[in-house]
Design a protein around this ligand. Structure first.
Ligand code: NAD
Length: 328
């Protein structure tokens, strides 16, 4: 029997890759997908071109905060995978209202409607940023939440609201917390696509602070693999970290990108004032998803970065208008 999945934020970077994968040749085959997306500056219908004509695909433009629309859609679906969010930390520092609205109120609207409609499984896509910064070691899922930015605090709040429906109503809510994703179709305001597209244009790249902030990098193929394991084999009420196993300082990452693009540090890198409240280091402990669900990241950072750079080389028509519109 076909499982009808409602995917929120499916026109964005990760959500669209999830949908293309689910409906592609490597997908499970027994699913249909409806994407609910508001098409904010970060949403792009072109990200869904590959699946537009798939008989199991439907698109609805709308807001996850719209109670009536969400209530109607829930009654037509079996499961929810919730990606929709305001996702850029820098924008949340400039103004957090839209982050609280979408990431907290929107998540509540969805999970409440899901509960009332008897949705079987609700997967909340979250972030490792909810744990805050860690100097040494890695966070397990039981680590206290200490989010630092308006973005990460709104995501942590959304997680807690979603999980409260498990604790209160016994609803099957599962949460994933992943590290920094990278790959194709990534909006060019984020570090890797911004740096790659700047370098392709012969422009400098802006490096925050002393370049020593450390992040774990996760290729979107591996993230999608992790989400599918959680959706199909995870347990109700549980949280699963998902990481790529490659921690790099921003300096190290920049050096790798410069090498891929044949650019040199002296002419191409410009240090800029650090982001306010910039978390120093993130590090996810992925033991739980590895041991319980058999997750294993497969894309090496070398291969993943090379493929990502090649995609941006080949797809200027996708990113150039976005950069112009966002004045990046
Ligand atoms: P994105 O910004 O590329 O896409 C977000 C999508 O949500 C867009 O298509 C946008 O139009 C849609 N959206 C925003 N507000 C909406 C609303 N009110 N109603 C309906 N749709 C709305 O984000 P992404 O990078 O694909 O991230 C997806 C999820 O993964 C987010 O929840 C984010 O917090 C989480 N995440 C991302 C990363 C990363 O590295 N990109 C890391 C960890 C977690």
């Amino acid at each position: 029997m076909t499982t009808r999945i409602l995917v929120t934020g499916g026109a964005g970077f990760i959500g669209s890759h999830y949908v293309r994968t689910l409906l592609g040749p490597q997908g499970p085959g027994d699913v249909s997908v409806t994407v609910l997306d508001k098409l904010t500056y970060a949403g792009n219908l072109a990200n869904l071109d590959e699946v537009r004509d798939h008989p199991g695909f439907a698109f609805v433009q709308g807001d996850i905060c719209s109670t009536d629309l969400v209530g109607r859609l829930m009654r037509e679906h079996d499961e929810v995978v919730h990606f929709a969010a305001e996702s850029h930390v820098d924008r949340s520092i400039d103004g957090g209202a839209e982050f609280v609205r979408t990431n907290v109120v929107g998540t509540h609207t969805l999970v409440d409607a899901a509960y009332r409609a008897g949705i079987r499984t609700f997967v909340q896509i979250s972030t490792d940023e909810v744990y805050g910064s860690i100097d040494t070691g890695s966070w397990p899922e039981t680590h206290p939440l200490r989010p630092s930015s308006p973005y990460s605090s709104s995501k942590a709040s959304g997680d807690l609201v979603a999980l409260s429906y498990h604790h209160t109503h016994g609803m099957d809510v599962r949460v994933t917390r992943c590290s920094n994703n990278y790959g194709h179709h990534h909006f060019p305001e984020k570090l890797i696509p911004l740096f790659v597209t700047n370098l392709l244009d012969g422009a400098q790249v802006p490096l925050y602070g002393d370049g020593g902030n450390v992040r774990d990098w996760l290729h979107i193929d591996d993230h999608v693999q992790g989400i599918e394991l959680v959706r199909t084999k995870g347990r109700a009420g549980e949280t699963y970290n998902i990481g790529g196993g490659t921690e790099l300082s921003n300096d190290d990452l920049t050096r790798r990108l410069l090498k891929e693009l044949g650019a040199d540090w002296e002419t191409s890198v410009r240090y800029v004032d650090d982001r306010k409240g910039h978390d120093r280091r993130y590090s996810v402990d992925c033991t739980k998803i590895r041991e319980e669900l058999g997750y294993e990241p497969r894309v090496s950072i070398e291969d993943g970065l090379a493929r990502t750079v090649q995609w941006y080389r080949d797809n200027r028509a996708w990113w150039q208008p976005l950069k112009q519109r966002a004045q990046l």
